[in-house]
Design a protein around this ligand. Structure first.
Ligand code: FE2
Ligand code: FE2
Length: 227
C-alpha cells in the first residue's frame, strides 16, 4: 500500500473516441469547461464554509478557489472573444455518481469529499492533457497544456489534505472504493463534448453496488473493474 502523490490516481484512461467527439463541438466543450471551473471554485469555498475548524484546509482551499475562478475567467474571455456565450448549467451525471456514495458522518463526509474532489481534478487533468495534445489551435493548445499542469497541482492538494487528516490506510481503502466508482461513472455517461461526460455503454453506479444493466441501452455489460 502506498500513495504516490505525483502519480495520477485514476484506474482507467478516457476511452479513445472522446477527443473526436469534443472536436466535433469544441464550443460546447468550452462552455462546459467554463461551468466546471466556476463550480470547482465554489466547491473549494464550500469546504472552507463546512470545515472552518480544519485549519490546514483553509489556506489551500482559498488559493484553489482563486485559481479556479481565474481559470473560469480565462475560459470566459476566450469564449467571449470567439462570440460563444456562457451556457446554462446542466446536471453532470459523472459528478452526481461520484457524490452518491459520499457518507454522512462529519469525518467520513470530510474524507469522501476530499477524495472525490481529488478524482475529479485528476480526471480534468487527464482530459486537458488529451485536448492539449490533439489541438492545433495556437492559442488553445498551450492554454490547455498549462491548465493540465495546474489541475495536477489540484489533485495533489486534495490528496495531501486527506493524508494530513486521515491515516494512510483509511485514505488508501476509501480511494480504492472511490476509484471503482469513478471508473464506472466515467464510462457510464454518454459520449459528449464535455469535460467529464464521456464513455460508452457501461454499468451504472449505485451506492455500494454496481448494476450490470446499462440504463441507456438496457444491455448486460461485463464488470471490468472486478477482473
Ligand atoms: Fe481549474
Ligand atoms: Fe482544478
Amino acid at each position: 500500500m502506498s500513495l504516490v502523490l505525483d502519480k495520477m490516481p485514476l484506474r482507467e484512461p478516457t476511452p479513445a473516441g472522446w477527443f473526436e467527439v469534443v472536436m466535433r463541438d469544441f464550443p460546447a466543450f468550452m462552455q462546459d469547461h467554463a461551468s466546471c471551473e466556476r463550480k470547482a471554485s465554489a466547491m473549494a469555498m464550500s469546504m472552507v464554509n463546512k470545515f472552518p475548524d480544519h485549519e490546514a484546509l483553509i489556506e489551500p482551499m482559498i488559493c484553489l478557489a482563486k485559481e479556479e475562478l481565474a481559470h473560469f475567467h480565462e475560459v470566459y474571455r476566450i469564449l467571449h472573444k470567439r462570440g460563444i456565450p456562457l451556457a446554462v448549467d446542466e446536471r453532470d451525471p459523472y459528478v452526481s455518481a461520484l457524490l452518491k456514495p459520499v457518507r454522512h458522518s462529519r469525518q467520513e463526509y470530510f474524507l469522501d469529499r476530499l477524495l472525490v474532489a481529488c478524482l475529479i481534478e485528476a480526471r480534468s487533468c487527464e482530459r486537458f492533457t488529451i485536448v492539449a495534445a490533439g489541438l492545433e489551435d495556437p492559442e488553445l493548445a498551450p492554454f490547455y497544456q498549462r491548465l493540465a499542469r495546474e489541475e495536477a497541482g489540484h489533485f495533489r492538494v486534495f490528496l495531501r489534505l486527506a493524508r494530513h487528516y486521515f491515516s494512510e490506510q483509511q485514505v488508501f481503502d476509501r480511494l480504492q472504493y472511490l476509484l471503482d466508482v469513478e471508473t464506472a461513472a466515467m464510462l457510464a455517461v454518454p459520449l459528449r463534448a464535455a469535460v467529464h461526460q464521456s464513455g460508452v455503454c457501461a454499468p451504472w453506479v449505485y451506492e455500494n453496488s454496481f448494476k450490470t444493466i446499462c440504463k441507456p441501452c438496457r444491455q448486460k455489460q461485463p464488470k471490468p473493474w472486478l477482473s
